[in-house]
Design a protein around this ligand. Structure first.
Ligand SMILES: [Fe+2]
Ligand SMILES: [Fe+2]
Length: 160
């Protein structure tokens, strides 16, 4: 299969791409935690913190300011909204290995979809003026640093 040529990320979408990078790191942290035999409760505390402080504001912002630029009934917008609600319910589940694996897998896939397909579509179809407009609104969603967390279980020496 031919790989699509990467296009340069628009300035206005960079803060969201940075959030995506943090999201992929979360997936990595979950995998590391499970691999290292860290207690599920410790992982859960972090995924709760991450969801509330990072992901929820990010989802809300995309739903309010980004997807409408494509049109609410655009299939990519529809898919992204469905995935948000699926992810939200996964994050709300009780701590469990299967649930963490689903979060890790599905969040990864969601972020790659937005980066490779949805953002690409935005950059190709939405006017420069409308894209510029996003920048001003982004200042409203400054979230705490996801690394500002004492229990760095993903660095723990493996018990296995
Ligand atoms: Fe999203
Ligand atoms: Fe996103």
């Amino acid at each position: 299969m031919e790989k699509p040529t990467p296009i340069k990320r628009h300035e206005a979408l960079k803060p969201l791409s940075r959030d995506h990078h943090h999201g992929l790191l979360l997936c990595w942290k979950i995998r590391e935690g499970l691999k290292r035999g860290v207690s599920l409760e410790r992982i859960k505390k972090y995924t709760d913190f991450f969801f509330t402080s990072q992901l929820r504001p990010h989802f809300r912002f995309e739903e309010a300011e980004i997807f409408p630029l494509l049109g609410e009934d655009h299939p990519m917008a529809q898919r992204a909204i469905n995935e948000h609600s699926r992810l939200e319910s996964l994050f709300k589940e009780e701590a469990g290995e299967a649930g963490f694996h689903s979060i890790e897998k599905e969040l990864n896939r969601h972020i790659r979809f937005e980066e490779r397909e949805l953002f690409r579509e935005l950059q190709e179809t939405v006017s420069e003026e409308k894209l510029q407009n996003i920048t001003n609104k982004e200042e409203e969603i400054i979230t705490p640093d996801p690394d500002d967390w004492d229990d760095k279980f993903w660095q723990e020496t493996s018990k296995a």
